[in-house]
Ligand binder design. Structure first.
Ligand SMILES: C[S@@+](CC[C@H](N)C(=O)[O-])C[C@H]1O[C@@H](n2cnc3c(N)ncnc32)[C@H](O)[C@@H]1O
Length: 135
Protein backbone atom coordinates (compact mmCIF):
# COMPACT_ATOMS: atom_id res chain seq x y z
CA UNK A 1 0.00 0.00 0.00
CA UNK A 2 2.81 2.43 0.84
CA UNK A 3 4.47 1.73 -2.51
CA UNK A 4 1.23 2.54 -4.34
CA UNK A 5 0.92 6.02 -2.81
CA UNK A 6 0.96 9.02 -5.10
CA UNK A 7 3.91 11.41 -4.54
CA UNK A 8 3.40 13.11 -1.20
CA UNK A 9 0.85 10.51 -0.07
CA UNK A 10 0.84 9.21 3.50
CA UNK A 11 -0.25 5.92 5.04
CA UNK A 12 -1.31 5.51 8.68
CA UNK A 13 -1.73 2.12 10.28
CA UNK A 14 -3.22 1.41 13.71
CA UNK A 15 -2.02 -1.62 15.68
CA UNK A 16 -3.09 -2.65 19.18
CA UNK A 17 -0.13 -4.90 20.05
CA UNK A 18 3.14 -2.97 20.54
CA UNK A 19 5.19 -5.98 19.38
CA UNK A 20 3.20 -6.24 16.13
CA UNK A 21 3.70 -2.51 15.59
CA UNK A 22 7.47 -2.94 16.01
CA UNK A 23 7.50 -5.71 13.39
CA UNK A 24 5.40 -3.59 11.02
CA UNK A 25 7.73 -0.62 11.43
CA UNK A 26 10.78 -2.82 10.76
CA UNK A 27 9.13 -4.23 7.61
CA UNK A 28 8.21 -0.75 6.37
CA UNK A 29 11.79 0.41 6.95
CA UNK A 30 13.20 -2.66 5.16
CA UNK A 31 10.87 -1.93 2.23
CA UNK A 32 12.20 1.63 2.07
CA UNK A 33 8.82 3.30 2.70
CA UNK A 34 9.20 4.39 6.34
CA UNK A 35 9.16 8.03 5.23
CA UNK A 36 5.52 7.73 4.11
CA UNK A 37 4.06 5.22 6.59
CA UNK A 38 3.30 5.73 10.28
CA UNK A 39 2.31 2.94 12.66
CA UNK A 40 0.25 4.17 15.60
CA UNK A 41 -0.18 1.98 18.69
CA UNK A 42 -3.55 1.64 20.39
CA UNK A 43 -7.09 0.43 19.92
CA UNK A 44 -8.63 1.46 16.62
CA UNK A 45 -11.65 3.03 18.31
CA UNK A 46 -9.34 5.29 20.38
CA UNK A 47 -6.80 6.16 17.70
CA UNK A 48 -9.08 6.81 14.72
CA UNK A 49 -10.34 10.16 16.08
CA UNK A 50 -6.73 11.41 16.23
CA UNK A 51 -6.46 10.96 12.43
CA UNK A 52 -9.50 13.02 11.55
CA UNK A 53 -7.44 16.16 10.92
CA UNK A 54 -5.97 14.34 7.88
CA UNK A 55 -9.37 13.56 6.32
CA UNK A 56 -10.69 13.13 3.73
CA UNK A 57 -8.84 9.89 2.94
CA UNK A 58 -8.51 8.10 -0.41
CA UNK A 59 -8.52 4.55 1.00
CA UNK A 60 -9.38 2.87 4.31
CA UNK A 61 -8.39 -0.81 4.72
CA UNK A 62 -9.97 -2.63 7.67
CA UNK A 63 -8.34 -5.82 9.00
CA UNK A 64 -8.52 -5.68 12.81
CA UNK A 65 -10.96 -6.85 15.54
CA UNK A 66 -14.07 -8.12 13.79
CA UNK A 67 -16.47 -6.97 16.49
CA UNK A 68 -15.68 -3.36 15.55
CA UNK A 69 -16.15 -3.63 11.76
CA UNK A 70 -19.43 -1.72 11.78
CA UNK A 71 -17.79 1.05 13.82
CA UNK A 72 -14.73 1.14 11.54
CA UNK A 73 -16.92 1.04 8.43
CA UNK A 74 -18.99 4.01 9.62
CA UNK A 75 -15.83 5.94 10.47
CA UNK A 76 -14.36 5.13 7.06
CA UNK A 77 -17.45 6.28 5.17
CA UNK A 78 -17.60 9.48 7.22
CA UNK A 79 -13.94 10.30 6.46
CA UNK A 80 -13.37 9.06 2.89
CA UNK A 81 -13.65 11.41 -0.02
CA UNK A 82 -16.45 10.68 -2.52
CA UNK A 83 -14.91 8.10 -4.88
CA UNK A 84 -12.66 6.86 -2.06
CA UNK A 85 -12.22 3.16 -1.41
CA UNK A 86 -13.16 1.14 1.68
CA UNK A 87 -11.81 -2.40 1.96
CA UNK A 88 -12.78 -4.94 4.63
CA UNK A 89 -10.87 -8.22 4.91
CA UNK A 90 -12.25 -11.42 6.47
CA UNK A 91 -15.74 -10.39 5.40
CA UNK A 92 -17.00 -14.02 5.57
CA UNK A 93 -16.02 -14.00 9.26
CA UNK A 94 -14.44 -17.45 9.10
CA UNK A 95 -17.83 -19.06 8.41
CA UNK A 96 -19.54 -17.18 11.28
CA UNK A 97 -21.11 -14.38 9.24
CA UNK A 98 -24.69 -15.54 9.86
CA UNK A 99 -24.19 -16.37 13.55
CA UNK A 100 -26.31 -14.66 16.19
CA UNK A 101 -23.25 -13.20 17.93
CA UNK A 102 -21.88 -9.69 18.44
CA UNK A 103 -19.19 -10.41 15.85
CA UNK A 104 -21.74 -11.71 13.37
CA UNK A 105 -24.00 -8.69 13.88
CA UNK A 106 -21.06 -6.29 13.55
CA UNK A 107 -19.84 -7.88 10.31
CA UNK A 108 -23.34 -8.01 8.82
CA UNK A 109 -23.76 -4.36 9.80
CA UNK A 110 -20.52 -3.59 7.96
CA UNK A 111 -21.75 -5.32 4.79
CA UNK A 112 -25.08 -3.46 4.97
CA UNK A 113 -23.45 -0.10 5.58
CA UNK A 114 -21.06 -0.45 2.65
CA UNK A 115 -23.87 -1.68 0.39
CA UNK A 116 -26.01 1.34 1.37
CA UNK A 117 -23.36 4.04 0.94
CA UNK A 118 -21.06 2.66 -1.77
CA UNK A 119 -20.96 0.98 -5.13
CA UNK A 120 -19.73 -2.29 -3.73
CA UNK A 121 -18.97 -5.96 -4.11
CA UNK A 122 -17.85 -8.75 -1.79
CA UNK A 123 -15.04 -10.45 -3.68
CA UNK A 124 -14.86 -14.23 -3.19
CA UNK A 125 -11.31 -14.45 -1.87
CA UNK A 126 -10.94 -17.34 0.60
CA UNK A 127 -11.65 -14.93 3.49
CA UNK A 128 -14.07 -12.58 1.68
CA UNK A 129 -13.07 -9.04 0.82
CA UNK A 130 -15.60 -6.20 0.84
CA UNK A 131 -14.73 -3.51 -1.71
CA UNK A 132 -16.72 -0.30 -1.71
CA UNK A 133 -16.38 2.97 -3.62
CA UNK A 134 -18.02 5.75 -1.65
CA UNK A 135 -20.83 7.49 -3.52
C1 LIG B 1 -4.91 -9.84 10.54
S1 LIG B 1 -3.82 -8.82 11.42
C2 LIG B 1 -3.47 -7.49 10.29
C3 LIG B 1 -2.56 -7.89 9.20
C4 LIG B 1 -2.14 -6.75 8.29
N1 LIG B 1 -3.31 -6.16 7.63
C5 LIG B 1 -1.16 -7.25 7.25
O1 LIG B 1 -1.56 -7.47 6.10
O2 LIG B 1 0.00 -7.48 7.62
C6 LIG B 1 -4.88 -8.03 12.58
C7 LIG B 1 -4.15 -7.11 13.53
O3 LIG B 1 -5.15 -6.33 14.21
C8 LIG B 1 -4.65 -6.06 15.50
N2 LIG B 1 -5.79 -5.64 16.34
C9 LIG B 1 -6.67 -6.43 17.00
N3 LIG B 1 -7.57 -5.67 17.65
C10 LIG B 1 -7.26 -4.38 17.39
C11 LIG B 1 -7.82 -3.13 17.79
N4 LIG B 1 -8.88 -3.07 18.59
N5 LIG B 1 -7.25 -2.00 17.34
C12 LIG B 1 -6.16 -2.06 16.51
N6 LIG B 1 -5.58 -3.22 16.11
C13 LIG B 1 -6.12 -4.36 16.55
C14 LIG B 1 -4.01 -7.37 15.92
O4 LIG B 1 -3.07 -7.17 16.97
C15 LIG B 1 -3.36 -7.84 14.62
O5 LIG B 1 -2.00 -7.45 14.56
Amino acid sequence: MARALAPGGQLWSIEYEPRHAEVARANLAAAGVADRATVLVGAGRDVLPTLEAHAPFDVVFIDADKISYDHYGRWALDHLRPGGLVLGDNAYLFGELLDNTDRGRAMRGFHELVAARCDSVCAPTPEGLVIGIKR
